[in-house]
Ligand binder design. Sequence first.
Ligand code: 9D3
Length: 245
Amino acid sequence: MKIDVITIFPGILEGPFKESMIKRAADQGVVEINLVDLRDYTHDQHRQVDDYPYGGGYGMVLKPEPLFEAVEDLNNRSGSANPRVILLTPQGRRFDQHLARELAEIEHMILICGRYEGVDERVRTALVDEEISIGDFVLTGGELAAAVVVDAVVRLLPGVLAEEASADESFTEPLLEYPHYTRPSVYRDMEVPPVLLSGNHGEIARWRRRQSLQRTLEKRPDLLEKADLLPEERIYLEDLKKKQS
Ligand code: 9D3
């Protein structure tokens, strides 16, 4: 997969992409991430990327020319026929795991990081295929949102996660995780649940499943509506709900 990220602050994204899992994926050749400085596509002495809004008002707007020229240049250099052009903006479709899986299938994506009060509307209408937001909170620009999208997508690419982890993820329900413990078995008088030390793998699996269900009921009951549960698990949840009330 090839990912180009167009930004006026490439420095914000250098760190996240040079560490950990994303770096390993890049080193393995699973993904190629290219930080593109929008100012490289200006032609004036001041390398101006923004301008005042027509009609007046507060703030600045990203100019169309550098963005069009950047995307066209990346398109021409792409081996892929039709890269997907995505604008990170508060008005976009909400990013979630479903969209991450969808984007992980794409050969080449070009992410544009919005800034200032916005982007010239002709960029949205004539250049961008899709607009994405990472949630209902206000960031100063699209760079951190792009980092979130890249992280969530790259870890899904074949060969990036350990095989067991990715199988576990695709075949289990979207429930919250059960509690994890490691050594020591007693720490400051806090004990690891004895079942985890029992060596009884059936009992352990059952305990973990019930813990997941209980946590999800407490913290994210909305997730239970979509989950594919066994009849006995539904009964267990109904019992928990009765105890709660
Ligand atoms: C104060 C300006 N706001 C007026 C309602 C609009 C606005 C424009 C640009 C608010 C934030 C931003 C910068 N944010 C992003 O570019 C952005 C973002 C976000 O703020 N939240 C969640 N996802 C994203 S993706 C890009």
